[in-house]
Design a protein around this ligand. Sequence first.
Ligand code: PLP
Length: 400
Amino acid sequence: MSSQPNIPFLDLVAPHAELKAELCEVFCKALDTAGFIGGPMVQGFETDFARYCDTAYSIGVNSGTDALRFAFIAAGIGAGDIVVTVPNTFIATSESITQAGGARIAFVDIDEATYNMDPAKLQHYLENECEWNAVAGKLTERKSGLRVRAIVPVHLYGQMADMDAILEIADKFGLIVVEDACQAHGAKYFSRKQNRWCTAGSMGTAAAFSFYPGKNLGACGEGGAITTNDENLAKKCRMLRDHGQSQKYYHDVEGYNGRLDSIQAGILGIKLKQLPKWTEQRQAAAARYRELCADGATGMGLPYEPEWSKAVYHLFVVRVPNREEFMKNLSSVNIGTGIHYPIPLHLQNAYKGLGYKEGDFPITERVSKEIVSLPMFPQLTAGQQQRVVSEVMNFATAAA
Ligand SMILES: *Cc1c(COP(=O)(O)O)cnc(C)c1O
């Protein structure tokens, strides 16, 4: 075992140590008032988070997965419908589609530079594999006859997908857009159409956020939120998270137990105040990695950030040809890395029934074999980053 100091892939101790006294107060407040579910801490956080995302509403729920699922159900998506997303994402993106009353997943490939949904592939699918059924007044997929309803761009690794292009296609085909913003709290996109910077979660009909502990804004447990400007959709999501009731024991629909609890909401409210600073620290760390790698000697392919994007670097993902060895080398000197994600969703056992095969999404498949996530968190120091890059350089030189 190497005696080199450990550089973790993610440090969840440091950010909580900074805030320990304040966070403990939340817990005491909940104990003193026995306000564990609902109440002012949840409402307060929802107001603050909606403001942060530049939306009219935010609805706290139990997870990012619930946020996606409730958004789909509230938008009326269910059996007989198709929702289009990408295979290069966490399975929650697609699980929630199936779990919205049995809707069906359709995948389209990603853009090799940004790793996000490629609008050209989306358009190609809608134009070539679907057709407008004038009698029924809907867009249907030819091979299944199912109705295409929604698009889910995933703002992967903290960088927004090309939303202008995706929204334009959605408009043209009469589809709604639900953003999977689970990795992109506070990410920005310069909309050429609106001629302004827009915030992740504010551009689609609705968006889903996760507050899983490792996310840019994380709870000390589970949590998530839906954001939207649609009052009716917000109302439906609020009912869905609480057994379909808007008034105690008056159930308009069947819902779920999917609430954000008060302690998590209180904690999130405190951490939300730190988020702008933490985001800047992540962006500074990303810039530092780029500087340290500027001469190209590491052999790593760096993430591409278009001029219309301000990414929040949930992850700093590089590309290497010999990933297994690369990760083993770094691990031997106590540097943590990760893969997001190693198996594209269309090749997962869970989705054998969808009928996809190897070769269907070549960009996702190629990328999934070469991507590695380097250590990235707000408290990552310049010294730690220098060591990461110099170790990569050492191994690269030794191999040459
Ligand atoms: C984390 C994540 C989710 C799910 O969020 P949970 O809170 O874990 O349910 C969904 N989509 C993406 C892209 C994620 O990273």
